[in-house]
Design a protein around this ligand. Structure first.
Ligand code: IPE
Ligand code: IPE
Ligand code: MG
Length: 243
């Protein structure tokens, strides 16, 4: 399957996706916003399949931010129900395909029954390793950093113990590589509180299409763009090229 990508392309190990534009997708079709959210679960399957085929090891999808709680109640409820529906509908197949599900974010705002469902899905798939799928739901980068600080203090660590490496271990993404690329669909060029610590050196790719229209071909374009970047990590080109 990878033959559809040139063999000398570098495949990002970890991609984060800000799945944006569902509402605009719906509005342009004269549909209610929730139809955009519903449609946005259909292409997820294709994107996951493509990630697996292309050899991407970690995928973090931004499904619901801490700020999204402020949306109209009906929309919030719909988005919570979508999480449940996707687990019910997709879990078995994801597990069969060797996908490991992780939740990044807080569960405390979710209905008890859904909290259990998420936990069970995480538990069921914990030994899988073909693709690690982090679902960012009730996730905010700032909340994640504050939570890490609280836990570091609770653990009684001394100021000199707190290094970047240690801090990373207190984040939801502990033991995972930082994202190499953040894709945002829907055309807006902002990070909206997504992985703000982990994306320090991620390449940003903005797709103009709305999330429901983002599929395998769009992902290939993003990977091609990633390959045209020079990741300098603060250094100068000459150092990277060894000259
Ligand atoms: C992304 O689409 C889904 C969530 C943020 C939950 P939006 O609902 O933000 O769609 P737009 O950006 O309004 O088009
Ligand atoms: C970011 O999209 C959050 C998710 C995709 C879950 P938003 O639509 O909430 O972001 P803003 O409001 O445009 O920054
Ligand atoms: Mg949006």
């Amino acid at each position: 399957m990878t033959s559809e990508l040139s063999p000398d392309l570098v495949i990002p190990e970890h991609i984060g996706i800000i799945m944006d534009g569902n509402g605009r997708w719906a509005r342009e079709r004269g549909l209610p916003r929730h139809e955009g959210h519903r449609q946005g679960t259909e292409n997820l399957r294709e994107v996951l399949q493509a990630c697996g085929d292309f050899g991407i090891k970690y995928l973090t999808i931004y499904a619901f931010s801490t700020e999204n709680w402020g949306r109209p109640k009906a929309e919030v409820n719909f988005l919570i129900r979508i999480l449940e529906t996707v687990i019910d509908r997709e879990l078995r197949e994801l597990h069969q395909k060797g996908v490991r599900l992780r939740h990044v974010g807080s569960s405390s705002g979710l209905p008890r029954q859904l909290q259990r469902k998420v936990q069970e899905a995480v538990e069921l798939t914990k030994n899988n390793d073909s693709l690690i799928l982090n679902v960012a739901f009730d996730y905010g980068g700032r909340a994640e950093i504050v939570r890490a600080c609280q836990r570091i203090i609770e653990d009684g660590l001394e100021p000199e113990d707190v290094t970047e490496e240690l801090f990373s271990q207190y984040l939801y993404t502990a033991n995972q590589p930082d994202p190499d690329m953040i894709i945002r669909t829907g055309g807006d060029m902002r990070i909206s509180n997504f992985l703000i610590w982990q994306a320090a050196y991620a390449e940003i790719y903005v797709a103009n299409c709305y999330w429901p229209d983002f599929g395998r071909e769009e992902l290939k374009k993003a990977i091609a763009s990633f390959n045209n970047r020079e990741r300098r990590f603060g250094l100068v080109s000459e150092q990277l090229n060894g000259s």
